[in-house]
Structures are given as C-alpha cells and as structure tokens.
Design a protein around this ligand. Sequence first.
Ligand code: NAP
Length: 323
Amino acid sequence: MKAIRVSEFGPPSVLKLLDVPTPAPGPGEILVRVKAVGVNPVDTYIRDGAYRKTLTPPYTPGSDAGGVVEAVGADTNLKPGDRVYTSGTTAGGFNGAYAELTVCRVNQVHRLPERLSFAQGAAINVPYATAWRALLQRASGRPGETVLVHGASGGVGTAAVQIARAQGFTVIGTGGSDKGRELVRRNGAHHVVDHKNPKYLEQVLDLTGGKGVDIILEMLSNVNLGKDLGVLAKAGRVVVIGSRGTVEINPRDTMMRDAAIFGMALANASDVEIASIHAALGAAFEQGTLTPVVREELPLAEAARAHERVLEPGAYGKIVLVP
Ligand code: NAP
C-alpha cells in the first residue's frame, strides 16, 4: 500500500509517498481503510523534530482518519464495511493515518454517522476532542458562562465554537480574515471580533458589559496570554491549548481575579476521559448539533503542501488529505 513516510526530521519535503508493507490487525486491533486524513499543526512540529521527541523516524504521521473498517482482530461490534473515524493509531503513530490503511486499537475507532462525509470524519478527533476537553474538563465550563474562543476560525476553534454554542455558553470568537470571521459567525458565535484589530480586546470587554469573560480557550498563548488575563472575569479561567513561544504575564492579573491558567495536552487525557468525550461527540454528530468544517481536500501525495498551508494565516476549518 501507499503511505507517507518521514525518514528523517526536517522541512515538509521530507514527507514522501512510498510503497510500504500492508499492515494486519493484531489482537485487540482494527484495520481501517483510510478515505481521508486530518492534518493537524502538531504533525508539522513532530515532522520538524523540534517537538517532544515522541517519534523516531522512519514513521508515518497522522492520527485522525475517516474511513471504513477493513478487518477486525478485536472483540467489537464493528464489522468490515462500517463507516468510522479514528482517534489515534497503534504504535504511537509509527504506522499513522497518512496511508491507505492504518491499524488502530479497538478504543480508537468510533462510528461515523451517515450524515458526515469521510473528510468530515477526518476533521473530528484532535480538534473536537481538544475543544471538549479544554472547555468542559479542564476549565469545568458551565452552561450560561461566557467563553472567548481566541482563534475560532481554525480546526480546534470551529469545534470549540460549535460545542460551546450547543452547550449553552455565550460565545465570542476571533478570526483574522473576513472569510474566517464569517465562518465563526456561521458556526454559532454570538459575537465575532478580529484578532488583528488593535482594539479587539476592548471590544470583548464591552461585549461583556465590562465584566470580562469566564473562560478563554487560547490557540496562540505566546502572543495573547498576558493580554488575556486583563479581559477575564472574577474566577475566570484560561486554557492554554496552543503556544509557539514564550510570553510575559503579570501574575497580579490572576491574583486580582482569583483567576486560573490551565495547561492542556490531549495526549494527557485518560482512557476514561477519552471514551467519555467520544461518547458525547458521537451523540452530537448523530443528532446534528456538531458538523465538522472542511476547508480543502488535497491528495495524500501533497502532504508537504498541506503541512505548509496548515501553518499559514487565514484558517478556515480543516485541511484533509485523500489517499
Ligand atoms: P489552525 O487550524 O491552524 O488554526 C489556528 C487558529 O489560530 C486560527 O483560528 C487562526 O486565525 C488563529 N490565530 C492566528 N493568529 C492569532 C492571534 N493573534 N490570536 C488568536 N488566534 C490567532 O490550528 P488548530 O488545529 O486550530 O490548533 C490551534 C493551536 O492549538 C495550534 O498551535 C495547535 O498546535 C494547538 N493544539 C493543541 C492541542 C493540545 O492538546 N494542547 C490540540 C490541538 C491543537 P486566523 O488564521 O483567522 O488568523
């Protein structure tokens, strides 16, 4: 079968489409035929070699596939031909989902409702599970609170806006382009602001009548964390989801508000938390309250282009690769 392989860490050009042996599912595993695979920013950090060294080349990237069950080696009610999405693959990604076939543990394979395409299935795992965990598990968000989704036009942001709106939060979302902000509005944000406008955080405060927001889901903490603390309400919480560098904060801004800053990595979620997240997401996808947004589908062979585009400004939902 064909798969993208990374033989050494480096720029996007190290992503090569190669012929590799067809994998088989072992005990407790499921083989999934990949119809589409989601491209996440973390795939680029790992490929670069600058991230936590969790993988050693050669490996195949990717965790988030939409596809069909090909073969089953586990005790499960899934059977060949069932439509599914994945929330990881075996071997920590060595045989990842940027491939025609991928092997998953049984608890990494979830039913994909008929109403969603395979590309939408590939847009579920990292974005939606991260948004759910950040809002409802790390920040312990309560319906009725106000949440600022700081970076609402990208993969995690679109998921966060949809989830927060469906759960009864008042949602303020930010985007850096007209098109991105239109998407944030369509996804259900009550208010949309431009994070490139120098006065946008004043607008956020005005939207809350000066009280501040209860929760901030932060996609670019190295730029925003210091300023975030100034627009938090009393007992407000910031969840650090994304960061690409360091930042200075004034700790007194947390003191004055009894505020809290929570770090989070989806990889730290327990199996119980993950199972609970996918149970909730599955119901919402089936019922139609959540709908993944796919910005563009590229052929698997163009993985390098996808890795460049996912880091460019002007986000609009997910980029997926099609084998
Ligand atoms: P994405 O699809 O590339 O979206 C990036 C978002 O950041 C876009 O909405 C973009 O808006 C926005 N942004 C750009 N400049 C900003 C600014 N100055 N202030 C606020 N937002 C700004 O990426 P993603 O998949 O949503 O992931 C977002 C971040 O979270 C990435 O750094 C990713 O690595 C990280 N992440 C972490 C976890 C975890 O477990 N902690 C899980 C998933 C993702 P415009 O393009 O419209 O300007």
